[in-house]
Design a protein around this ligand. Structure first.
Ligand SMILES: *Cc1c(COP(=O)(O)O)cnc(C)c1O
Length: 336
């Protein structure tokens, strides 16, 4: 059977959230040897953070099929995953309990403000930085005490196996974009938090033997953690398709980068807001300060350093709702 058809089949059943997004050419990222396109995963949803909706395409059916009525989510107080997933859990009558890094004194703004709109205080548990390394054990213990409930623990960033089939839709959708524009991409630029979206895309392209270079910007983790996760999701992928994947083909087509500006995960600086403003004025879309703006800052540096040629696709992973927490920094771009 045709490999693309097979992949489409094994990742079913998915819920009918949108998962097709368009690609279009960029104006200010091309060089004399490279044409740059952007994939608009930011257009997948208003309330849910871009590519994350892909993970939930299979995660939500998994929870429903297993009669889960209570979930425990872990992450930072401004987590896109927690804000996004809470919405779909509530819609499906699955109660979210949040284990957040920090304490009650966090000011109610940005993503945390929106999260609080969805989740009542009684369901929010603050975990201090000292306790954070054992958050999973604490959450598990809490889950056991909800004994009459069917509970499921969702790791940071929803980087869990039931989210893999949904995450694989990105690769399939890129193939569809390529057919529509009658061009193939030689380079894909993608940002990584937990790395699941990048990993799923790399796994799918490797299995399809697509000769494309994945340029991965590691925003939250080191290369070693990414590779560890890749190894474990590779096993999950092999189980899905019932075939082994060649590791050398896989590894040979990934290049890793770390941000050169505001290096710590979640941190920002004036360069980032300048970039957000520049892209808005010159390209006509919003980027977020935690993920996508950092990617759009690094892409031209990478292109220039490696003198890349051919066709490139930058995945705009979304996340724009977090801009709500940065109004002062944005005002500075307008009134200086
Ligand atoms: C979560 C998120 C990512 C990273 O996704 P991972 O699968 O964890 O790597 C990238 N961009 C945005 C906007 C996100 O919300």
């Amino acid at each position: 059977m045709d490999k693309i058809k097979k992949l489409t089949q094994v990742i079913q059943p998915l819920v009918d959230y949108p998962y097709h997004t368009r690609v279009h050419k960029l104006k200010t990222f091309n060089t004399s040897t490279l044409d740059c396109y952007v994939k608009r995963d930011d257009e997948l949803s208003f309330g849910v953070s871009g590519s994350k909706l892909r993970k939930y395409l299979s995660l939500i059916p998994y929870l429903l099929n297993n009669k889960i009525d209570t979930t425990i989510l872990m992450g930072s107080s401004h987590s896109n995953n927690i804000l996004s997933l809470s919405q779909l859990l509530i819609e499906n009558a699955i109660e979210p309990h949040l284990f957040l890094l920090g304490d009650k004194s966090h000011s109610l703004k940005g993503n945390l403000l929106l999260t609080r709109l969805f989740v009542p205080e009684k369901n929010i548990h603050w975990i201090s930085r000292q306790e954070w390394p054992s958050v999973e054990a604490i959450a598990q213990d809490y889950g056991r005490r909800l004994s009459e409930k069917h509970t499921y623990l969702i790791a940071e960033g929803a980087s869990v196996l039931p989210a893999l089939p949904g995450a694989l839709t990105l690769a399939l959708d890129i193939l569809q974009n390529e057919q529509l524009i009658a061009k193939q991409f030689d380079h894909i630029f993608i940002d990584a938090g937990t790395g699941l979206i990048a990993i799923a895309t790399i796994l799918a392209f490797s299995w399809l033997r697509r000769d494309v270079l994945a340029h991965v910007l590691l925003l939250a983790e080191e290369e070693a953690s990414f590779l560890q996760r890749l190894e474990s999701f590779k096993l999950g992928f092999e189980k899905l398709i019932g075939e082994k994947l060649a590791m050398d083909f896989l590894i040979g087509r990934i290049r890793f980068y770390r941000p050169t500006k505001a290096k710590a995960f979640g941190s920002t600086n004036p360069t980032i807001f300048k970039t957000i403003s520049r892209i808005a004025q010159q390209e006509g879309f919003l980027t977020d300060p935690i993920y996508s703006a950092k990617l759009f800052i690094e892409v031209p540096i990478i292109i220039e350093k490696q003198k890349l040629s051919g066709k490139a696709l930058i995945i705009h992973s979304g996340g724009g709702l977090s801009l709500m927490g940065f109004q002062q920094q944005l005002i500075k771009q307008i009134i200086s």
